[in-house]
Design a binder for this molecule. Structure first.
Ligand SMILES: NC(=O)c1ccc[n+]([C@@H]2O[C@H](COP(=O)([O-])OP(=O)(O)OC[C@H]3O[C@@H](n4cnc5c(N)ncnc54)[C@H](OP(=O)(O)O)[C@@H]3O)[C@@H](O)[C@H]2O)c1
Length: 264
């Protein structure tokens, strides 16, 4: 999966939108594409300085920074259209942006009042599912119109299969994202576009480090027989593979990147 070589000829350069690339997995994905010689649109919501830092980490030229709130359908469309304009094309979209699990967004079914429950279901659904659906719609219009053999890669989650005791709406929106990818894989295959999802387990992003500190609790590292959690770059390597020309036959797949912590 790591055998993606740098491309030098300008007609080989791919144009890539990575949503939620201010930090974490999105940043690692953006860096990997740029290292492979591609042009990247680094999308973010609120962490402008972090997104600027991602830009500084990207080798090569022609990258662009784009802000947008993906809980708004019109913003999803604008982010895709502006990315395509700024990059000069669009062959790859990585639906990575999400509202993820955190102590402030807990909503266990027993112990959460109804107003909070309803608000959080709306929040997770608007961003994690509808945001990705609307970005995918706009990307599909662009790729079909340009007749490119495009790739859409969704960043889902192991939680879709294992359940999330304290964040059920997160788990459900990630399961729905996987299902969205499968439906779009069928719809877009006749256009030469492959759609896939990745289901990572715990990954050592800034968000996870903020939550647990540098010492991930033993109960979490013990999930994997490797005795650790993933690095963002391990997830990014899988994205690069699924976005590659040789991965067309993986279309419709949901790839577990979880260190054998959950087998299905
Ligand atoms: N880390 C893990 O353990 C893990 C495990 C399984 C799956 N995942 C998935 O991997 C992806 C990345 O995770 P991460 O830990 O790197 O997340 P993160 O650090 O929380 O980053 C989330 C990204 O999404 C953006 N975002 C949030 N709400 C948005 C909105 N309304 N509109 C547009 N962008 C928005 C954020 O932008 P700003 O920073 O600008 O606000 C940020 O760039 C997510 O899909 C997550 O569910 C992560």
């Amino acid at each position: 999966m790591t055998g993606v070589t740098r491309r030098n000829q300008s007609n080989d350069i791919r144009h890539v939108l990575v949503t939620g690339a201010s930090r974490g997995i999105g940043r690692a994905v953006a860096v990997r594409f740029a290292e492979a010689g591609d042009r990247v649109a680094v999308h973010y919501l609120a962490r402008a300085a972090d997104a600027e830092h991602t830009m500084q980490l990207l080798p090569g030229e022609g990258h662009t920074l784009i802000q947008g709130d993906l809980s708004s359908p019109e913003e999803c469309r604008r982010v895709v259209e502006e990315s395509e304009r700024a990059l000069g094309g669009l062959e790859i979209v990585v639906n990575n942006a999400a509202v993820a699990t955190s102590p402030t967004l807990r909503h266990p079914v027993v112990g959460t009042d109804f107003a909070t429950w309803a608000d959080l279901w709306r929040l997770f659904t608007d961003i994690n599912l509808l945001g990705a659906a609307h970005v995918s719609w706009a990307a599909a219009q662009s790729m079909v119109a340009a007749a490119v053999r495009g790739r859409i890669v969704n960043i889902g989650s192991r939680g879709a299969f294992r359940g999330e005791l304290e964040h059920p709406a997160y788990a459900v929106t990630k399961a729905a994202l996987h299902a969205l990818g499968q439906s779009l894989a069928i719809a877009l295959a006749p256009h030469g576009i492959a759609v896939t999802s990745i289901a990572p387990g715990f990954t050592a992003t800034e968000r996870v480090v903020e939550r647990f500190g540098n010492q991930t609790p033993a109960g979490i590292t013990a999930d994997s027989p490797f005795g650790r959690i993933a690095t963002p770059d391990e997830v990014a390597a899988a994205v690069l593979y699924l976005a590659s020309p040789e991965a067309e036959w993986a279309s419709g797949a949901i790839l577990d990147i979880n260190g054998a912590s959950h087998l299905r």
